[in-house]
Design a protein around this ligand. Structure first.
Ligand SMILES: Cc1cc2nc3c(=O)[nH]c(=O)nc-3n(C[C@H](O)[C@H](O)[C@H](O)COP(=O)(O)O)c2cc1C
Length: 177
């Protein structure tokens, strides 16, 4: 069976660099089909326990949960806003966690983050590395990709060292699928 890999940028920016990076890395995985998630296609109300009690789960939350449930693996790249998850990602994550606590179903995950800064999304990556394992996250590799606009040009990683590092992570990810 051909494996189904979900790529996801943890952002709702139309031109999300994290979505670009996740999809770029997804294209480098051999012999898989990609399901490319854009959080803008799954708009959800702002999570609150009251909204959950009064309205239940939105169709978009159930739909995204279905996409995740059908995945054999994940390539996720998280946007960093003020050192943490973007609001759009955190909101989706909170809703998903109410549908199924093991959001990521123990499927292999390559966890990335990037930003224009020299640390990439190191802070948000550390938050997710600490948290996702409690939510069914099976993180087989991770990387904070620095200075996105210097190192990724015309749809391609132009920094050979970073490219090599990522390729190693992709090789490991393939073995774990
Ligand atoms: C509200 C806000 C907060 C941000 N905070 C950080 C930050 O803490 N660290 C960082 O490296 N970049 C930060 N940035 C810059 C983002 O990394 C940059 O906008 C990036 O493009 C976000 O990823 P995306 O394109 O996938 O949405 C911030 C941007 C915004 C709009």
């Amino acid at each position: 069976m051909i494996k189904n890999i979900v790529t996801l940028g943890g952002s709702n920016s139309k031109n999300s660099i994290n979505k670009k990076l996740a999809e770029y890395v997804g294209e480098l995985v051999n012999g898989v089909v990609l399901t490319k998630v854009d959080l803008n296609d799954f708009k959800m109300p702002l999570f609150s326990v009251d909204t959950e009690n009064e309205q239940g789960f939105s169709k978009s939350a159930k739909d995204l949960n279905d996409v995740i449930a059908k995945a054999d693996g994940f390539i996720i790249s998280l946007a960093e806003h003020n050192g943490a998850y973007s609001t759009a990602f955190k909101n989706a994550f909170d809703w998903l966690s109410r549908i199924e606590g093991k959001v990521w179903r123990d499927k292999p995950m390559l966890l990335l983050s990037t930003s224009p800064g020299v640390r990439g999304g190191r802070s948000v990556l550390d938050i997710a590395l600490a948290r996702f394992p409690y939510m069914g996250g099976n993180i087989v590799g991770s990387m904070s990709f620095p200075s996105f606009y210097d190192n990724f040009k015309d749809g391609e990683i132009v920094n050979e060292i970073l490219k090599e590092q990522l390729q190693k992570l992709i090789n490991d990810f393939e073995k774990d699928l």
